[in-house]
Design a protein around this ligand. Structure first.
Ligand code: CTP
Ligand code: MG
Length: 228
């Protein structure tokens, strides 16, 4: 089943504190964004990649695509202030087709089997997202004091890629845009339309590189991959 993928890469990476877009940090001689792009480059089911970048960084990304032989990027569009604005812009460049994935440039360890499972479930349910059960106990905290312990068994941490029928996610983003609503992921925009979102069990290794510690985990995951 063929799909297109939108990859938002227009963030600033503030929490990584690297003084630059974290997607340009090199892991084993390759920028993070290239690790991510290569997964889709190597997937025969991927019809095309739409990248979302900061205008100022466009030449840099174009150069990287050339250097690392990435050929499936069919369009590069400008990012917005929030991730949601960036994704909205990316979705405008999606060609006609059934399924689109939205995947953070900062998640380089997504596996092909999981992508294919998500595409299949999105085809059936309209929307499908990967999530893993929370390992830690989660509390609501106010002014440094525990206020409430949230029931853990119903809590799942959500990842990307999030997979959707093209028409559904376009409509969800259009509505959110019109109503000035900002959600923390794309599926939440579909949920607020009253539509169901299928949860697919994710992989704890599909981490998002967010803070400097995540680079240590990333190196470990990469060295395991090499050993295989
Ligand atoms: N992103 C984007 N446009 C934005 C903000 C984020 O395209 N305005 C992208 C990032 O490049 C990243 C993904 O969305 O690939 C997930 O966002 P996040 O992990 O929050 O990255 P940053 O926003 O770059 O990091 P921070 O929040 O620490 O500044
Ligand atoms: Mg961010």
């Amino acid at each position: 089943m063929l799909y297109q993928v939108v990859i938002p890469a227009a963030g600033q990476g503030k929490r990584m504190k690297a003084g630059m877009n974290k997607l340009l940090i090199e892991l084993q001689h390759q920028p993070v964004i290239i690790h991510t792009l290569k997964v889709f480059e190597q997937d025969d089911d991927c019809r095309g990649i739409i990248m979302v970048v900061n205008e100022a960084e466009r030449p840099l990304f174009v150069e990287l695509l050339k250097k690392f032989g990435i050929k499936k990027v069919i369009s590069i569009v400008s990012g917005g202030i929030e991730r949601q604005h960036s994704v909205y812009n990316g979705l405008q460049a999606v060609k006609e087709g059934e399924i689109v994935l939205i995947h953070d440039g900062a998640r380089p360890f997504i596996r092909l089997e999981k992508i294919h499972e998500l595409v299949k479930e999105a085809q059936e349910h309209g929307a499908a997202i990967p999530a893993v059960p929370m390992k830690d106990t989660v509390k609501k905290v106010r002014n440094g004091m525990a206020e409430e312990t949230v029931e853990r068994s119903s809590l799942w941490a959500v990842q990307t890629p999030q997979a959707f029928r093209v028409s559904l996610v376009l409509e969800a983003h259009k509505r959110a845009q019109e109503e000035g609503y900002i959600g923390t992921d794309d599926a939440s925009l579909v949920e607020r339309m009253g539509k169901k979102v299928k949860i697919v069990e994710g992989d704890y290794r599909n981490i998002k590189l967010t803070t400097p510690d995540d680079l240590l985990f990333a190196e470990a995951i990469l060295s395991l991959k090499e050993a295989r």
